[in-house]
Write a protein that binds this ligand. Sequence first.
Ligand code: ARG
Length: 253
Amino acid sequence: MKLLSQLVVLTLFLTATLSEARTFEEIKKDGKFIVATEGGFPPFNFYQGPKLTGFEVEIAEALAKKMGVKIEWRALAFDALLAGLRQDRWDMVIASFGITPQRSKAVSFTDPHYCSGGVVVAKDPAVRTAQDLSGKVVAVQTGTTYLESVQKLPGVKEVKNFPKDTDARAALMSGRVDAWVTDKFVAKAALESGASAGLKLGDFVFIEQIAPAVKKGNTSLVEAINKALQEIMADGTYEAISKKYLKEDVRCR
Ligand code: ARG
C-alpha cells in the first residue's frame, strides 16, 4: 500500500515536471492563448468593475492579434503567477515582472515591453530618496523587486510585506508605515486618482526592464511574442496604448 502511494506520488511528480509547455504552433492550432496576470496593479493590470484592463492587458491583446490567437485570461495572486508557468497552467504571464537573474533561472523572459523602476512614495516631503529610507518603516508588495531592493538598503528600520501592492499603499495612507516603494507609474496613477491625497512622489530606488514570461525554454513562443512586440512597436499600436494608460511611450530605449 505504501509503495503504491509512493508510486502514485512519483508519477504525478514526473508528469508535472516533464510535461512540455505548448509550443507556439500548438497554441496557434488550438487558437486559445492562456495568459495570466494579477489584476491588482493599476494602471498596468487592474479591474474596472468586472473588466480586466490596463496597459498590459491591452498590450497582450495587441500581441495576440498579431499572433493570430485569442486570449483566455486568468487573474491570480502576484506570487502564484510564475509558478503556474512551470506547471503548464497558462502559456504566458504579463504582470510587470522585472527581468532578474533569479527569475531568469525559473522562466524565460521575452524582450521587455517597458522600462520603469521602483520609486519612493511618502507623506513626508523630506522622504524622497533611497538614503532617506534609513530609519524608516517601508511597505512593499511581497515577491517583488521592490522588496528585494529595499532589503538591500542599509539602515532601513523595517520592511513590511503585503500580498497586494494596493494594501502597501493603504498602509502608507493610514500612517502604519513611513514610505511605500512601488513602480513609478503606479505611484503616479495613485497620486492622480485622488485616492491618495497627501502622498508625495520621490526618486527612483532602482530601474528595471519589465517583460512577459513563458515557461523556461519555450523558445518558439518567445520568438513569436518578440516578433509581435516588434510589429506593434513599429506600427503605432504600442505607442497609442502606452499614451492612453501612461501618458508617454514607455518602451525601453
Ligand atoms: N516590477 C516589480 C517586480 O518585478 C513589481 C511587479 C508587481 N506586479 C504586479 N502585478 N503587482 O517585482
